[in-house]
Design a binder for this molecule. Structure first.
Ligand code: NAP
Length: 289
């Protein structure tokens, strides 16, 4: 930080609220590690002034920004070009500024699938997937899994409409067979599942689980939780008890950040980098207890 000069580039995250964001830790670690003269800061942007904030990014020469809740959809109308995948996701979480032209991307889906691949050593090709929840996180994760050729995706949500809309997009554009349901998950429902993902906020700050923890998972099942506070949710503890391969919520967050970093800089961070960033997160959690 003491080396900041008039040549230092600025990157950011915009959201509302944003003070809790872990993204500055991810990117400032990576800028330092790769010797890039840049700094990453956070901006709390009022939902009524998203357009002005995006114009600020353009004219202040902020090189890139992440976009978090609640601005991921709203920012789209202020960008010059949006990547095809982000269009399908219906949301942008990464903006790159190239000489005042703003390009939109979305790295949320790859953040999760990279975590699944790191945890299991397997690709998502041919996998039978069950996703709980049907909000923004589910939409990007489910479509990314279809892009990576999952065999089937079932989306279970308490209300069916949002799940059905994601399923319709998948069935229209990909070979993956997708269905939407709003049932209670039983033993029979998970017996044939390879990958089980929680995308509801259930478990955030509580010890509730999105599924009945007396169910017994198939022994090769891979699970992922989008929730990352606490690090070990009740759902993750269920996976640990059954010795499953586990992608933690924080790994999704770190991997989406790492992918944004690659879009901005052309540098591909290593698995060791993500492990070091995870250590920073866990230290921070310990200090905040
Ligand atoms: P969202 O758009 O609000 O969607 C939440 C979904 O969960 C909806 O389908 C909702 O059902 C369902 N849901 C909410 N509360 C529920 C409950 N008590 N019981 C059953 N279903 C419930 O949120 P999101 O943006 O998808 O985010 C979901 C979670 O993922 C949040 O905890 C968020 O922090 C986390 N997340 C993590 C990452 C990461 O990098 N790790 C990235 C993105 C999001 P209805 O449709 O019926 O309302």
């Amino acid at each position: 930080m003491s080396n900041i000069s008039s040549k230092t580039k600025v990157y950011s995250v915009i959201g509302h609220p944003v003070s809790q964001s872990f993204s500055p830790k991810i990117h400032n670690y990576l800028f330092e590690k790769y010797g890039i003269d840049a700094v990453y800061v956070s901006y709390d942007v009022d939902p009524d002034h998203v357009g002005e904030a995006i114009n600020g990014i353009r004219h202040l020469g902020i090189m890139g920004t992440n976009v978090t809740i609640p601005h991921k959809i709203e920012v789209m109308k202020y960008l010059d070009e949006i990547d095809e995948k982000a269009k399908l996701f219906g949301a942008v979480n990464t903006i790159k500024n190239v000489d005042g032209k703003l390009y939109g991307y979305n790295t949320d889906g790859t953040g999760l699938t990279k975590s699944l691949k790191d945890a299991s050593g397997e690709t998502m090709d041919g996998k039978r997937v069950l996703i709980i929840g049907a909000g923004g996180a589910c939409r990007s994760i489910a479509i990314q899994l279809a892009i990576e050729n999952a065999a089937s995706i079932e989306i279970v949500n308490r209300s069916i409409e949002k799940a059905q809309s994601i399923v319709d997009t998948i069935n229209e554009h990909f070979d993956t067979k997708a269905i939407a349901t709003s049932k209670v998950i039983t033993q029979k429902n998970i017996d044939d599942v390879d990958v089980l993902i929680n995308t509801t906020p259930i478990g955030m700050g509580t010890d509730e689980s999105p599924i009945d923890t007396s169910l017994v998972p198939p022994k090769n099942m891979i699970i992922a939780d989008a929730v990352y506070k606490p690090h070990e949710t009740a759902f993750i503890k269920w996976g640990l008890k059954h010795d499953l391969k586990i992608a933690y919520g924080i790994q999704m967050l770190i991997n989406q950040g790492v992918h944004s970093f690659s879009i901005w800089t052309g540098v591909t961070p290593t698995l060791e980098d993500t492990q070091n960033i995870l250590k920073i997160f866990l230290e921070e959690q310990k200090e905040n207890k």
